[in-house]
Design a protein around this ligand. Structure first.
Ligand code: PAF
Length: 276
């Protein structure tokens, strides 16, 4: 596995290779990321992973400084998965001091995480656009735990006519159902025991929706159940899957989206309603 830190290096490597699949990450890799790498191999000759903790997608009171940086262990794991290349740029490489350009996706960024983390999706869209331009992949893979992020990236790829195929990969979960996330490491022992209830409540809500219960009643019950379990709910919404507009009882192709805090840890998850 080759490791690059500069744009000319990764560009030179890219030129030597035909079909590239790209997995952008912020590092602290877990089984969910490794699943993306395994999937990526199905789409290309070579797989490149980027590790970059992107400052512009963190709010001022968020965990940028504390975000786990484990590049050495990450590279060992990637090498074991036969990843071909890792791109590890520093902040100056990605954001030169006089950078003035921001990529902003309007509608789909606005609600849910976009409302509670103002500027977050501008940071994501900007860095993903930069990384796409640097790596110039044919295919890029993202985990569907961050469902809203996936739609933001799909929208920018479409709107900017980027010749990149996007693949969304289903969430990888711990045995007790908790969605894998680098932030799970922030949970203390008590919080870790409570955390799987997030997915259990999503599943229960999904069942209630399939049984025809009203959206408002399901959302209200879920928020009560999460609060009783010890979560501070940021949002729990049933939305239309293609544009993330709030669903009405007659809509189909739905997704349930949730973000909630357990102590200082903000967890997000979602549940796709298959046959409705
Ligand atoms: O999902 C992530 O890890 C990040 O938001 C991404 C897409 C790598 C951009 O920094």
């Amino acid at each position: 596995m080759q490791t690059f830190t500069t744009i000319p290096e990764i560009r030179a490597w890219r030129k030597e290779n035909q079909r590239i699949a790209f997995v952008p990450t912020m590092g602290n890799l877990h089984a969910g990321h490794l699943q993306l790498v395994r999937e990526a191999k199905k789409y290309a000759d070579k797989v490149v992973v980027s590790i970059f903790v992107n400052p512009t997608q963190f709010g001022i009171n968020e965990d940028f400084a504390d975000y786990p940086r484990t590049e050495i262990e990450d590279c060992v794991r990637l090498a074991a998965e036969n990843c071909d290349a890792v791109f590890l740029p520093n902040i100056e490489t990605i954001y030169s001091s006089n950078a003035q350009t921001l990529v902003s996706v309007s509608h789909v960024s606005q609600n849910y995480c976009g409302a509670s983390r103002v500027g977050h999706f501008d940071g994501v869209a900007t860095v993903v656009c930069k990384l796409f331009n640097i790596v110039q992949p044919n295919v890029a893979l993202f985990g569907l735990k961050d469902f809203q992020q996936f739609l933001v990236i799909q929208t920018l790829t479409h709107d900017l006519h980027l010749p990149i195929e996007l693949i969304g990969v289903p969430t990888v979960r711990e045995l007790d159902g908790l969605a894998m996330s680098s932030r799970n490491g922030y949970l203390n022992e008590t919080e870790r025991k409570i955390a799987p209830q997030l997915y259990q409540i999503l599943q229960n809500s999904g069942e209630q929706l399939s049984q025809g219960k009203s959206i408002s009643a399901i959302e209200k019950n879920a928020i009560t159940a999460l609060t009783q379990a010890g979560f501070v709910v940021d949002y729990f919404n049933i939305a239309r899957r293609d544009d993330l507009k709030i669903a009405s009882d007659n809509d189909s192709n739905l997704i349930i989206l949730v973000a909630a805090k357990l102590g200082k840890t903000r967890l997000i998850d979602n549940f796709v309603i298959e046959n409705l």
